[in-house]
Design a protein around this ligand. Structure first.
Ligand code: NDP
Ligand code: GDR
Length: 323
């Protein structure tokens, strides 16, 4: 029988890659579509997936829309990827972030419990929950110290997921994913801001690129590899929590060096630091210990940071050329 999946956040970076992965595995794919003014479906269009998935109207804040979506899609698996996912915005819109990223996840869990508690559920948790890190590397066992409204909202959703597993026996898993990037990354995130900036500077459309803290370190991987870990979690006999990252850490400065270097430019000639991009509380360093995901899920991503950077810069060069 054809398996069915319902994805909230299908119009986001991970939603698009996950939809493609599941379609490739023969799933029928449904996705939540919000009604916003701007073109939120550009990723699905770019990947030629728009006519292959069924979009259902709704919002994470509206529990009834989640119940309707489950009723319509009759899914075997639910992936809750929707969120206000930009950390910087979470300080200017803390309440909205808590509602969408925190309560929104609870709405989906409630909908699953009410509709059919045999549905398998995935929650998109985040390495931001580790925040002010207390150990050199972070596994699912490390204590959380969230440093932003985004992060504390994700902690809420993470514990809601565990609680629904323990209270109602729902097959609910939480993937604590470290930063993952791709040519489909939103322009507000630092990697894509850099690769888009590199393309514009290389093609003579811009001279400088203003960034914030160049010393922040992140464990960056390739989004397409990470959606496979999500799917693998829901194929396990038992639900569980997994830290998912590459097990490497690099600074924003190093990312700049690689990205500018790929087109023969020196980042120091173009990058300027603008304190407007500093955060009220920074997460200085993230460095994954993904041993459990590697051992139990057999997850084995191979994309190097240099490959990821090249892929993103090349895609942005093409986009800017087309403009
Ligand atoms: P994106 O920001 O690219 O996508 C977010 C999605 O959430 C969009 O589809 C957006 O829809 C949707 N959304 C926002 N608000 C609502 C709402 N009120 N109701 C319904 N949908 C809404 O995120 P990513 O794809 O990068 O990330 C996917 C998930 O994984 C997020 O939960 C994120 O917090 C989490 N995460 C991401 C990591 C990463 O490095 N990418 C790492 C760890 C966790 P619309 O397009 O209509 O606005
Ligand atoms: P992050 O990603 O906050 O880790 O959250 P982002 O790319 O926004 O920031 C990474 C680091 O870069 C520093 N930085 C800048 N960031 C942005 N956006 N713009 C800049 O100009 C800039 N200059 C320096 C930041 O201070 C930060 O330290 C992402 C999101 O996808 C979350 O949803 C997800 O949960 C986490 O990754 C894991």
């Amino acid at each position: 029988m054809t398996k069915k999946a319902y994805i909230t956040g299908i119009s986001g970076q991970d939603g698009a890659y996950l939809a493609r992965l599941l379609l490739g595995k023969g799933y029928e794919v449904f996705g939540l579509q919000t009604r916003r003014g701007s073109d939120t479906l550009w990723r699905l269009r770019e990947m030629e997936l728009l006519d292959k998935v069924t979009l259902l109207d709704g919002d994470l804040l509206d529990l009834s829309s989640q119940l309707r979506a489950l009723e319509k899609s009759q899914p075997d698996e639910v992936y809750n990827l929707a969120a206000q996912s930009f950390v910087a915005t979470s300080w200017t819109q803390p309440v909205l972030t808590a509602q969408v990223t925190g309560i929104g996840a609870l709405n989906v869990l409630e909908a699953v419990r009410i509709f059919n508690s045999r549905v398998r559920f995935y929650q998109a948790s985040s390495s931001e929950m580790f925040g002010k890190v207390e150990s050199d590397k972070q596994s699912e066992k490390v204590k959380f110290h969230p440093r932003s409204p985004y992060a504390f909202s994700k902690v809420f959703a993470h514990w809601a997921t565990i609680n629904y597993r323990e209270s109602f026996g729902i097959h609910a898993s939480s993937g604590i994913l470290f930063n993952h990037e791709s040519p489909l990354r939103g322009l507000e995130f630092v990697t894509r801001k850099i690769t888009d900036g590199v393309a514009r500077i290389k093609l003579g459309k811009q001279e400088k690129l203003a960034l914030g803290n160049l010393d922040a370190r992140r464990d960056w991987g390739y989004a397409e590899d990470y959606v496979e870990a999500m799917w693998l979690m829901l194929q396990q006999d038992e639900p569980d929590d997994y830290a998912v990252g590459m097990g490497r850490t690099n600074s924003v400065r190093e990312f700049c060096e690689l990205a500018f270097g790929h087109v023969g430019l020196d980042y120091q000639q173009h990058v300027v630091v603008d304190p407007a991009f500093y955060r009220p509380a920074e997460v200085d360093v993230l460095f994954a210990d993904p041993s459990k995901a590697r051992q139990k899920l057999g997850w084995n991503p191979q994309t190097t940071l240099a490959e990821l950077v090249r892929m993103m810069v090349d895609a942005d060069l093409k986009r800017v050329e087309r403009e």
